[in-house]
Ligand binder design. Structure first.
Ligand code: FMN
Length: 211
């Protein structure tokens, strides 16, 4: 096997300068997102980091489901480990890595629960079997076997064969309202381009950072 330290990519697809940037980081994110959307299998996958009393920081992948003017939306189980962590400290970070365009986006912000009505609208738009999985999954809890999980799933499929599935109270979305967003474009010789948008007095201030 190749030595890990010999695996190297030279980044040279693009560049980023201040004059390329949109006035708002959400607009800039949408521009980059529209460029990656057809180039990757999971462009919406993002690392969500939360504060864990036990471990300090805890990270996992979730899927971005909507970009609003004031934030990034994802859905989960509010009783999961991440849900409990967010309820005691809603400072979170999101990070996207889009290798096809050699780009990274990092977001720091506060996570807020969406209204139940808003989450219900999205829940109803999901395939029925995904709705059922959300209902039977006590996300982050120990489950005795795969078999048990499948039994619960199949039972619910039968029970709700001709009925719509009500969204469980414990399932819904969060909006991450950003206070800081960084855009990173890989460049030759590790001399990458980095720009950070930070909210100061309700205005976005943009600075270039050393890579
Ligand atoms: C590609 C991918 C997409 C995922 N999307 C979600 C998601 O949108 N929501 C979610 O709750 N978990 C999602 N997960 C599962 C989480 O990474 C994680 O395992 C789960 O949410 C439990 O995390 P927790 O115990 O820290 O709460 C996804 C995992 C992967 C690999």
């Amino acid at each position: 096997m190749k030595k890990i330290h010999n695996i190297r990519t030279n980044y040279q697809f693009g560049s980023l300068s201040k004059s390329d940037l949109a006035y708002s980081p959400i607009k800039q994110f949408k521009d980059w997102f529209s460029q990656i959307i057809n180039l990757m299998t999971e462009p919406t996958a993002m690392t969500l980091s939360t504060y864990s009393k036990r471990y300090g920081v805890d990270s996992r992948i979730v899927l971005l489901k909507e970009i609003k003017q004031d934030g990034f939306i994802f859905y989960t189980n509010y009783n999961s480990v991440k849900g409990k962590q967010i309820s005691s400290n809603n400072n979170v970070s999101l990070s996207f890595f889009w290798p096809e365009l050699q780009r990274q986006v990092r977001v720091n912000g506060l996570a807020f629960k969406l209204s139940d009505a808003y989450s219900t609208r999205y829940f109803k738009s999901r395939p029925k079997k995904s709705q059922i999985s959300a209902c039977i999954s006590q996300q982050s809890e120990v489950v005795l076997s795969r078999n048990l999980m499948e039994k619960q799933f199949n039972l619910m499929c039968q029970q709700f064969k001709n009925k719509s599935i009500p969204k469980p109270d414990y399932w819904g979305g969060y909006k991450v309202k950003p206070s800081c967003i960084e855009f990173w474009q890989g460049r030759k010789d590790r001399l990458h381009d980095r720009f950070i948008y930070e909210k100061k007095d309700k205005k976005w201030v943009i600075n270039r950072l050393y890579p």
